[in-house]
Write a protein that binds this ligand. Sequence first.
Ligand code: ZN
Length: 468
Amino acid sequence: MNGWEPVIGLEIHVQLKTRTKMFCRCENVWGEEPNTRTCPVCLAHPGTLPVPNKTAIEWTVKLGLALDCEIAERALFHRKNYFYPDLPKGYQISQYDVPLCSEGRFVVPGPDGDREIGIVRAHLEEDAAKTIHVGGAAGRIHGAEYSLVDFNRGGTPLVEIVAKPDVRSGEEARRFLQLLRQTVIELDISDAEMEKGSLRCDANVSVRKAGEEGYRTKTELKNMNSFKFVADGIAVEVERQIARYQAGEEVMQQTLHFDPQTGTIAPLRSKEEAHDYRYFPEPDLVAVAPPADMVERARAEIGELPAARIRRLEAEVDLDLAYGLVTSGRDALYARVPGDDRRAVANVLMNQLAAAGVDPAAVDGAELGRLVAARETIPRQTFLDALGASADPDFTADPYLAETTVSDAAALDPVIDGILAANPGQVEAYRGGKEGLLGFFVGQVMKETQGKADARVVNERLREKLNA
Ligand SMILES: [Zn+2]
């Protein structure tokens, strides 16, 4: 960074998975036939009135408490006025100067200790409908022949979380988002799936000289739909801004699109003037005053937060494995698996068991512990088969543990000699310098022994015989 400091502010939208929409009784559901979940309220017919969804308010309070926010005693809904085809009312009901949750903080464990990211606010609003652009490149409006609107999403409850510009790298933004997603999932208020759009992230990016006060011009990276794209997009934009300043140029305020395929950044539109949304208090709704018992009930439902669990696990495994376990929800199983080699347990959970695609909640921790302890002494394929079956009811490790690898050279030598004798051409090529053929011979021995040979011993014996 040679003296430059990135300044990153994140805005995250989380779609709540309430049964019904925010201000009407339409079903709140994803992936249904377009325009089949609508009513006069969410289509903005004249004379209709909004009725707030109590569950959405309670869940927003719960999220606010998990973000260590202050909960407003009387929050207000405001109208945010703008015109777009996906907004039939001509305004969105949102929150403005008195949101439900404000002034919080979220702890993000990192390699250099805990980082505390300030939370400006978390407010509740209704989502716009979904516009689908047809005929253009990659569904973008530019070059499209026509556009369609699906009002199923219109009026669904959405929480917007605005973080202070405290994030200092793309990697830190990724960790923040992963932890926030896991928190939302454990609170059981959203699917929080980026590819479905139920978790969306925009990033405001600027840079400044280390020690500099205040902020320079920021750009906005819109709608990045995976954790990796967020981290990569921010890193590319930070580099671009530093290069501009170093070349004596300025950074323009604009909205940008990061193309993960090419790793490049292009402007969506320039944003020279701020929008004037003409916010005013929603005259059809009274103030929201969350009752004390609702707030206390929500507070009681918050368990130990992911960040705290990561810090605890980091002492046993490393930071990356701790993040992996907690943000995949596998740490509950990890805690149930006995064994002294904690890194081995964590690695099996994050790699082979994840690849086996079994439900961690259904796995018997004690039986899995026996498998992990025996992973060096049973054939690899047997180990993988056992993991694949480990979530079955009544699973026991016994039959798998009975199969041990053959590591006795005296038992393996005849097999190895037979393979070498059967492949004189390959032996000659190996001795002529084609050492990559070792893998071929190992494979043949494994095939002959049905995978039960100890790979380390086979490698050793083969090398010895081939180099003799
Ligand atoms: Zn409706």
